[in-house]
Structures are given as C-alpha cells and as structure tokens.
Design a protein around this ligand. Structure first.
Ligand code: HAM
Length: 418
C-alpha cells in the first residue's frame, strides 16, 4: 500500500495545536487594528514576472527557490514566495493611493520557497505581514517596528533582538557597492564558493554570509552606513531617534542587507535567542521604489513579514502557555436510546443559545465518553440516563472541580453559562 505523507518541507498543524496558532493570529489582528492596518487578501499565486522583475534576479528566492509552473493556459505562474510584491501589485492595480494618502494593509498568508528544510525552515510557511504605502516620514518606520515589538510582547515574547541598518538608496548604494568590490577584489580567492558568485552578481549579499572565513575576510570591509547620502543618513538618524523615544532597543548591524533587492534605507530584523540557525523571527524595511517600478506613481513604502511558524517554535521553546479557552462548554454523555435522542435535542438547543456543545455518536460506555469529554477540554459533562430523561433532569459535572449536581432540563443553559 502506498504510504501518503505530507510533502517534504510541509507540515500539518493538527486540531490540538491550532488554538495556539489562532490565538497568535488573533493577537496580530488586534495589534494591526490598534495601529490602523486593515486586512488585504491577495491570491496565493501570481504571474511569475511579478517576482522575477521585482525581488532581484540574483536573489536566492528568485534564482532557486520559487515554485513556478505553467498553467493549463500556458501562463507562467508562481506560488507567492513573499507577500510584499503581491501587496504592491494590488495597491497599484486598484489605485489605492487615490483614496487615501497613506494606505496601511496587513496580511496573514502562506508563503512558498523551495529551500532545504530544517528546524524552523519549511517549504511552506505562514507570514504575518504589514505594508504601509505613501509616507517617507521616518516616524512610520518607527511605528512599524514598534508595532512588531508590541505584538511580540502581547503574546509573551519579551526577549528578542532588533537588528537595524540603513542600506541606502539608488543614489548612494552604487558608490558603496563600488567601494566594497574594490575591497574584495584582492580577497576573492579567500571567499567561499557562494560569495565568489555573490561578488559577481550581488556583492552586498557577501556581508551576511555565515561562513566564518568570509566573515573574517570581510571584517574590515567598508561599512554601508558610512556611505549613505545626506538624505539617507538624515532619515536613518531620525528613525533611530524615534525608536529611542519610543523605548525600543536596537543593535546596529552594518552587515544586515536582507534577502531582496527592493529594499531602500531602513532594514531590520528581529532575532530570537530561542531558535537555532534559523533565528530570524521577522524582518522588513523600506522599499521606496517598488510601487513606481510596478507601474504606479512614485510612492514610498515600508513593511515587515514575521514568520508565524518560527514564532510558534519560540513560544514552545520559552514554555509560554497561551490563555486558550476550552474548546467546548458542554459534552453530553448519554446511556440508552431514549437518553441518546434527548441528547440530540438538548444539543440543538444549546447550540442555538450560543453554548458550544458536543456528544458521543459511537455508543461508548459512560467511562469512555467521560474520557472523550476530558480530551476535548469540555468544561462540563452532562450525564443523561433513562431515569434522567424520565424526570427531565440531568446530572451536570464540572470537570475542573468534579462537583456534580442535578439540574432540570429547563435550567441547563443557565447553569452552563455561569
Ligand atoms: P523575509 O525575511 O524573507 O522577508 O521573511 C520574513 C520572515 O518569514 C523571516 O524573518 C522568517 O521568520 C520567515 N521565513 C522566511 N522563510 C521561511 C521559511 N522557509 N520557513 C519558515 N519561516 C520562514 C520577506 O518575505 C519580506 N516580504 C518582508 C517584508 C514585508 N519586507 C517589507 N515588507
């Protein structure tokens, strides 16, 4: 017999685990609401060119990680490998800038990258993202970063590191790139194979190579923040000023370059000490030219993407118990066919009254039904036998205290709602 398993790099999040995920998602929505972000839902797949033209041809994502296929109509389609380009596409396509000067959107979506799976790195993962269009004000950079920090705290993650950098703009970056190439020119033979190709195609990516030899070779390389033009330097100084004013700690990391070519000015990453090699729980930055490059009016923008899967791993590693409600309020355990039929009616009433309830449909013993109620996390078990049906009363057992009392059918709803 064929053994079916989920494809490599994908996972099932089972019903026992989903309440924790839903809790974190609801906290994210709540925080988005507090900061004025409204949800956008874009398709799971897009035309391939959206990504190849806007993320950077030499990036790992575009050059080797996209799930690209031809659909039956002969179009090249790609499962979204990130959420920013689709949001920009929607912003331009629907001319959202015409309605509001600043548009703030958030999304919770599946992202697909053909990466080598390991702990915290999957081929399908979920990102919680926000994007703000229409403002160059460094205050919005600080707002976006502080929203992520507030969200982390709201789910109990108090300890994380914020790495911050400015990667300049098309005016200053080419000058820095040249300085970096000059520095690396005589040292290329000491770099790893990947950095040799980065040297040729995407030299700034050499800066975040994890190989210790490359790190040593590039330790004295020119630093990006020292090459910023006046506009970028002033912007960066203001971002740092606002973050300090908001009480948000950061570490300056001149080697933080991020994985996509669209970034300009502010770049940041949140790192958790609870994870192994894949320790980035989120990252983002400005991308002031992408709206124009996609065909819209020149519109500055900035956002972040947080990896929900890695957030869940962080919560597990920190042993954080989230305040999750029991799944069902009441479970009806019945014995005998009259009691079973009475249970069907009671269940319907409870649900119409807004009380979550369930029952056994397999004719198990009372003991087995109690076990199921316990597994489902029911607050109460309502025990119904032939006698109870005859008297139109039920035994209500509180699972937390094991207290039991006899309650007339007509008063059950009231008892369960206290
Ligand atoms: P990114 O840094 O590529 O940025 O991804 C954001 C986050 O998604 C990462 O920090 C990480 O937590 C999570 N992540 C990425 N790849 C994987 C994976 N294979 N498995 C599990 N988690 C993963 C972006 O995607 C940008 N679009 C973020 C952004 C929004 N920048 C501006 N606006």
């Amino acid at each position: 017999m064929t053994e079916y398993v989920a494809p490599r790099g994908t996972r099932d999040i089972l019903p026992d685990e989903t309440p924790r995920w839903q809790y974190v998602e609801s906290k994210f929505r709540e925080n988005c609401g507090l900061y004025g972000y409204r949800e956008i839902r874009t398709p799971t797949f897009e035309h391939t060119e959206l990504f190849t033209r806007n993320l950077g041809e030499a990036t790992d994502v575009v050059s080797k990680e996209m799930y690209t296929f031809e659909d039956r109509g002969g179009r090249s389609i790609t499962l979204r490998p990130e959420g920013t380009a689709p949001t920009v596409r929607a912003y331009v396509q629907h001319n959202l800038g015409a309605a509001l000067p600043v548009n703030k959107a958030y999304y919770i979506g599946r992202i697909f990258r053909y990466e080598r799976p390991q702990a915290g790195r999957y081929r399908e993962h979920t990102q919680l993202g926000i994007e703000a269009f229409g403002s160059i004000d460094p205050a919005i950079d600080a707002e976006i970063i502080s929203m992520a920090a507030q969200f982390f705290k709201s789910i109990g993650i108090e300890k994380f590191e914020l790495k911050l950098n400015s990667i300049g703009c098309p005016n200053c970056r080419p000058i820095y790139r040249e300085a970096l190439l000059q520095f690396a020119k005589d040292r290329v033979d000491k770099l790893c194979e990947s950095c040799v190709s980065r040297y040729e195609q995407n030299p700034m990516r050499m800066l975040d190579c994890k190989n210790p030899d490359c790190k040593a070779v590039l330790a004295d390389a020119p630093r990006l923040p020292d090459h910023l033009c006046d506009e970028c330097a002033e912007h960066f100084a203001k971002v740092k000023g606002y973050l300090t004013a908001l009480g948000i700690d950061y570490t300056l990391d001149p080697n933080l370059v991020r994985g996509f070519d669209y970034y300009t000015k502010t770049a940041f990453e949140f790192v958790s000490g609870e994870l192994g090699a894949q320790n980035a729980i989120g990252g983002g930055g400005r991308y002031d030219n992408m709206v124009h490059e996609i065909g819209g009016q020149s519109t500055p923008a900035m956002g972040f993407g947080l990896g929900l899967d890695r957030l869940m791993l962080t919560l597990d590693a920190m042993g954080i118990n989230l305040p999750i409600d029991a799944n069902t309020t009441a479970f009806i355990a019945s014995m005998g066919s009259d009691a079973h039929d009475a249970a069907v009616k009671l269940l319907a009433q409870f649900r119409q009254q807004g009380i979550s309830a369930d029952m056994d449909y397999t004719g198990r013993s009372l003991k087995a039904q109690m076990k199921i109620a316990d597994k489902l996390g029911s607050k109460y078990v309502i025990i119904l036998g032939e006698d109870e049906v005859a008297k139109q009363t039920a035994t209500v057992r509180c699972m937390a205290t094991s207290d039991q009392k006899s309650v007339p059918f007509a008063e059950l709803a009231e008892t369960l709602q206290v």
